[in-house]
Design a binder for this molecule. Structure first.
Ligand code: MSP
Length: 505
C-alpha cells in the first residue's frame, strides 16, 4: 500500500461543551488533510477522550453515568466539526470496543516484555490535566501546567519503565532536531530529558471509569488516550493498513500536552516495537485577556455562535491568518470582524463581484478567449508550489500572505487597466485579456483557498462557472490559461457580506 499522509489531532476530553480552542486544532488538521488529499492518499483522525476522573466527575455532577454522559455529548462534538466544515476520515471514541480491546492487548504486551512493574504511587494528581505530579514539581503547591489544586493519591499502581528509554529519547532528539516543533518546545522537552525521567504510573486503582486491567484497577487515561492514534488504524489487526499510515506524518497538539506526545508516546511506541511519529507540532493557545481559553476558567467562547455570526469560512481564515502557527494569540470579535470585512469582503469578495458584473455587462457573462500572453502567467507560476510547501511546513499565515499577493495583483490590475475605460474606448482585445486574467486569477484563488474555506470557495467556483473539480492536483489545475473560453459565469450573492459590530456601550 502507498504510504499516506496521516494527520491527527488530540482526542478531546468530553467533560463539557466544546469551545473554539477545540475547533482550532481540528481546523488546522483539516486544512492539512484537504491539501494533502489533492495529491496523495490521506488519513485524518480526530475523536474523543472519554475515560478518566475528569470525565467521571463531570458526569457525576450532571447526575449521569459516564457512558450516558459521553453518548449524549459526542454528537455535540461531531456537530461542531460539521459546522466548521471539517472532513475527518475517522472519529475515534476511547469507549469503543475497537479501542478498548487493543489497549488491553498493549498492556499485556508491556507486562510480558517486562516494561511494566507493580509499585506504590504516592504523590499528587491534577484531575484537570489527568497528570501525576511529584511534590518537587508543584508550583506553590499547585499543578505546574494549569495552576489548579492537586489531590493526594496513595495507591498500588502499575508503572511503565519510562526512565529506561531516556537515552534512546535523547539520541532521537539529537538525531531528529525537527521532529518536535516549534524550536521552543523542542528545547523545553530536551531540558526535561537532560534532567532525567521518572517511571510513569499507568494505572489507577481507586477509579472505576477506565479500561479494566485483568487483576484489578483501570488503565491510566493518558496511556489509554495516546494509543488512539494506532488503535484507530488497525494496529495488531491489519498490518498492511497500519503500516501504510504509521508513523504519522503530523501529530498536532496544544503545547500543554507536548510532554505526553514527545517523551511518553515515543517510549510506548518503542516498547511495542513501533516507530515514533515524524513530527509533533505543539501549537499555542487562543487566549482571552492573556489567559488560555478553557472551559474550567469560564472564559470559553461558544464556537457555534461564532460560526453563525461570522461564518465558518471566515472563522477558519481568521484562526490561520491571525498569528504565526505555534504562538499564542488573543481572540476578539473585533479582530475577526476586521479581517472578515477588509480581507475577505473587500479584497476577495468584491473582486469576484466586480469581475463578474463587468463580465456580465461587457461580455454577456462569458469568459473571453485566452490571451496570447499574460503578465500573470510567469509571475505566479511558482505560487502553488510555494503555498503548498508553506502549508506543509505549517506556516499557514505565510501561506495566506502568499495567496494574497495574487489577490492584490488582481485588484491592482482592475485599478490600473480600468476595464470600463477599455470598454468605452472600444479596446476590445485589451478588455478581453483583462477580463480573462481576472477570471483565471479568481479560479486560482478558489483552488488555493479551498482547503481553508471549503464551502465559500465551492460557491466562488460555482459563480465562476468552472467545470471540473476543486480537488484536482494543483500541478494540473493551476496552469495559467486553463480556464476555458466561453465558460458561462453565474453571479450570486456576495461571498462575504460585511459585518457590522455593534458600538461598544
Ligand atoms: N484528552 C487530552 C488529549 C489526549 S490526546 C492523546 C486533552 N484534551 S483537551 O480536551 O483538554 O484538549 C486539548 C487540546 O485542545 C489542546 O491540546 C489543543 O489542541 C486544543 N485546545 C484546547 N484549548 C485551547 C486553546 N485555548 N487554544 C488552542 N487550543 C486549545 O488534553
Amino acid at each position: 500500500m502507498e504510504r499516506a499522509y496521516y494527520v491527527t489531532t488530540p482526542i478531546y476530553y468530553i467533560s463539557g461543551e466544546p469551545h473554539v480552542g477545540h475547533a482550532y486544532t481540528t481546523i488546522v488538521a483539516d486544512v492539512l488533510a484537504r491539501t494533502a488529499r489533492t495529491f496523495r492518499p490521506t488519513f485524518f483522525l480526530t475523536g474523543t477522550d472519554e475515560h478518566g476522573q475528569k470525565v467521571a466527575n463531570a458526569a457525576a455532577a450532571a447526575g449521569k453515568t459516564p457512558q450516558q454522559w459521553c453518548d449524549e455529548l459526542v454528537p455535540r462534538w461531531k456537530a461542531l466539526f460539521a459546522e466548521y466544515e471539517i472532513e475527518y476520515d475517522d472519529f475515534i471514541r476511547t469507549t469503543e470496543a475497537r479501542h478498548v480491546e487493543k489497549v488491553q492487548r498493549v498492556f499485556e504486551l508491556l507486562r510480558e516484555h517486562g516494561d511494566v512493574y507493580l509499585g506504590k504511587y504516592e504523590g499528587w494528581y491534577c484531575v484537570d490535566d489527568e497528570t501525576f505530579w511529584l511534590e518537587s514539581k508543584l508550583v506553590d503547591g499547585r499543578c505546574p501546567t494549569c495552576g489548579r489544586e492537586v489531590q493526594w493519591i496513595s495507591e498500588d499502581d502499575w508503572f511503565f519503565r519510562l526512565s529506561a528509554y531516556r537515552d534512546r529519547l535523547l539520541a532521537h532528539f539529537e538525531r531528529h532536531p525537527h521532529w518536535v516543533r516549534p524550536r521552543s518546545v523542542y528545547n523545553e522537552m530536551m531540558s526535561i530529558l537532560v534532567e532525567g525521567l521518572d517511571d510513569l504510573s499507568i494505572s489507577r486503582t481507586n477509579l472505576e471509569w477506565g479500561i479494566p486491567i485483568a487483576g484489578g484497577g483501570v488503565i491510566y487515561v493518558w496511556l489509554d488516550a495516546l494509543l488512539n492514534y494506532i488503535t484507530a488504524i488497525g494496529w495488531s489487526e491489519d498490518e498492511a493498513r497500519f503500516h501504510a499510515l504509521w508513523p504519522a506524518q503530523t501529530q498536532l497538539v496544544g503545547k500543554e500536552i507536548a510532554r505526553f506526545h514527545t517523551l511518553i508516546w515515543p517510549a510506548i511506541l518503542w516498547a511495542l516495537g513501533e516507530a515514533a511519529p515524524e513530527l509533533v507540532f505543539a501549537h499555542g493557545w487562543i487566549t482571552v485577556d492573556g489567559q488560555k481559553m478553557s472551559k474550567s476558567l469560564g472564559n470559553a467562547v461558544d464556537p457555534f455562535a461564532l460560526a453563525r455570526r461570522f461564518g465558518p469560512g471566515s472563522m477558519r481564515y481568521f484562526l490561520l491568518r491571525e498569528a504565526p502557527f505555534g504562538g499564542d494569540f488573543s481572540y476578539s470579535e473585533e479582530k475577526i470582524a476586521q479581517r472578515h470585512n477588509s480581507e475577505l469582503a473587500n479584497d476577495l469578495g468584491n473582486l469576484l463581484q466586480r469581475t463578474l458584473s463587468m463580465l456580465q455587462r461587457y461580455r454577456d457573462g462569458m469568459v473571453p478567449s485566452t490571451p496570447a500572453s499574460s503578465e500573470f502567467a510567469e509571475r505566479f507560476a511558482p505560487l502553488p508550489g510555494k503555498v503548498r510547501a508553506q502549508i506543509f511546513e505549517l506556516r499557514f499565515r505565510e501561506a495566506l500572505e502568499s495567496v494574497w499577493e495574487l489577490v492584490t495583483a488582481l485588484n491592482r490590475a482592475v485599478d490600473e487597466r480600468k476595464p470600463w475605460v477599455l470598454h468605452k474606448e472600444g479596446r476590445a482585445g485589451e478588455l478581453d485579456a483583462t477580463l480573462y486574467d481576472l477570471c483565471e486569477g479568481l479560479r486560482w484563488l478558489a483552488v488555493l483557498l479551498h482547503p481553508v474555506m471549503p464551502e465559500r470557495m465551492s460557491e466562488m467556483w460555482r459563480q465562476l462557472g468552472s467545470p471540473g473539480s476543486l480537488h484536482e492536483d494543483w500541478t494540473l489545475a493551476l496552469v495559467w490559461g486553463k480556464l476555458a473560453p466561453k465558460t458561462r459565469t453565474s453571479p450570486g450573492a456576495p461571498l462575504f457580506p460585511k459585518i457590522e459590530l455593534e458600538a461598544q456601550p
